[in-house]
Design a binder for this molecule. Structure first.
Ligand code: URA
Length: 210
């Protein structure tokens, strides 16, 4: 598994405003979208391309285009939805699928409560969007689900992560072709499962439920 922490002053600046408890939902939403576009640039370094011949106004040349099958973007409901627009702006030809993950309160295991994906993910590059990598349970389950359906490689893009969650994903998916792209790696998880210093509940802050 590869982990890439984006190290760019623009990302850190936007993250600082995002973390601020005084930042209201509309600003928070725009910032998530902007951050996502910057992280998508980092996260798509390995996107598969194929050569294409074109003619410029001056001369014929060969460039590249995103190869088939097109990449699949999978936001994890609900907070991952806030990241979708920023990603599709950068990769408009990608397809979009959806996964809803929730914790089963009896078994405490993450379960899939909603799924809208192409049947066959053979040969697909998948990009999972989940803003907060906290315990790593739902992200691991989502990535495993995509591999089980035939995906070849998965990149997860998260705004923040806790070291405990990152280590848990690494343990569970050791040896698989997984890349994790982060806006920042924070200090720790607290006893309530929040990332510290974090930004609070990303879904609530995106959708104004605080
Ligand atoms: N999910 C969130 O939205 N925030 C956290 O800090 C942890 C998980």
């Amino acid at each position: 598994m590869r982990v890439h922490v984006a190290d760019h002053p623009l990302i850190t600046h936007k993250l600082t405003v995002l973390r601020d408890v005084k930042t209201p939902s509309p600003v928070f939403r725009s910032l998530v979208e902007e951050l996502m576009t910057l992280l998508a640039y980092e996260g798509t370094r390995g996107v598969r391309v194929e050569p294409v011949d074109i003619v410029t106004p001056v001369a014929p040349t060969t460039g590249v285009r995103i190869a088939d099958p097109k990449p699949l973007i999978v936001p994890i409901l609900r907070a991952g939805l806030g990241m979708l627009e920023g990603m599709v702006k950068l990769v408009p030809t990608a397809e979009v699928g959806f996964l809803g993950m929730a914790r089963n309160e009896e078994t405490l295991e993450p379960t899939t409560y909603a799924e809208r994906l192409p049947d066959d993910l053979s040969d697909r590059q998948c990009f999972v969007l989940d803003p907060m990598l906290a315990t790593g349970g739902s992200l691991t389950a989502a990535i495993q689900y995509l591999f089980d359906r035939g995906a070849t490689d998965v990149t997860a893009i998260c705004i923040l992560a806790a070291p405990e969650g990152l280590a848990a994903v690494e343990r569970a998916l050791h040896g698989r072709d997984v890349t994790i792209v982060l806006g920042a790696l924070d200090e720790r998880l607290n006893e309530l499962g929040y990332i510290v210093p974090g930004l609070g509940d990303a879904g609530d802050r995106l959708y104004g439920t605080v």
